[in-house]
Design a protein around this ligand. Structure first.
Ligand code: SF4
Ligand code: SF4
Length: 188
């Protein structure tokens, strides 16, 4: 290396250092943008389309729109959704006289811990029964708590049912000791 090249490399290094320090120095005087979370929770703006967790859509009467078709469960790429249901016989009958039946949802389980937020479940749902909320505060202490039952409200018709009366108490058999002793007493 010649002396000229030697000094050129020193000046090049110094120039590079000054450029870096100029960037750092500029940041010293720009306004801070750090979010003071959680102190600013009340004013925090979370984008509406942010996907935080899946939830059921309920109407004003408390009905959800899930018809238990299983489309969301089938389309989920990693088994995050698990649905259990049973068949219920209705009071109405079909033209052939047979009673109508309907699939009834038992449990709609969603594992937030394995969800990739791809939205395939929501887009494949034919009734718009599920949606993502933007409630981002979902931290829990155990993975088990990330498994949520989405149909967590009682069915409105179940709420409207009158409470079953407790069965009337059957008269207890009179204890032998309490029975009146009508037998004649032996005399000496
Ligand atoms: S967002 Fe994707 S990964 Fe999450 S439950 Fe829906 S389909 Fe499954
Ligand atoms: S949430 Fe939608 S796609 Fe999933 S079972 Fe219910 S109706 Fe079908």
């Amino acid at each position: 290396m010649s002396i000229k090249e030697y000094f050129a490399s020193i000046f090049s290094g110094l120039w590079s250092l000054l450029q870096g320090m100029a960037v750092t120095g500029k940041e010293l005087f720009t306004p801070k943008v750090t979010e003071k979370y959680p102190e600013n929770r009340a004013t925090l703006q979370i984008p509406e389309r942010f996907r935080a967790t899946l939830r059921f859509v309920y109407d004003e009467q408390g009905h959800h729109k899930c018809i238990v078709c299983g489309s969301c469960e089938r389309n989920c790429p990693n088994g995050t959704i698990s649905i259990t249901s049973h068949m219920e016989t209705l009071a109405e009958t079909l033209p052939n006289g047979k009673p109508k039946t309907k699939k009834k949802l038992d449990k709609y389980l969603y594992d937030l811990g394995s969800c990739t937020f791809c939205d395939l479940c929501v887009t494949s749902c034919p009734t718009g029964a599920i949606e993502f909320s933007n409630d981002f505060e979902q931290a829990v202490f155990t993975r088990a708590k990330l498994v949520k039952q989405l149909n967590d409200r009682p069915e409105p018709e179940e709420v409207a049912k009158p409470a079953a009366k407790p069965a009337a108490e059957e008269p207890k058999p009179v204890a032998e000791a309490e029975k009146p002793n009508n037998e004649p007493k032996e005399t000496a």
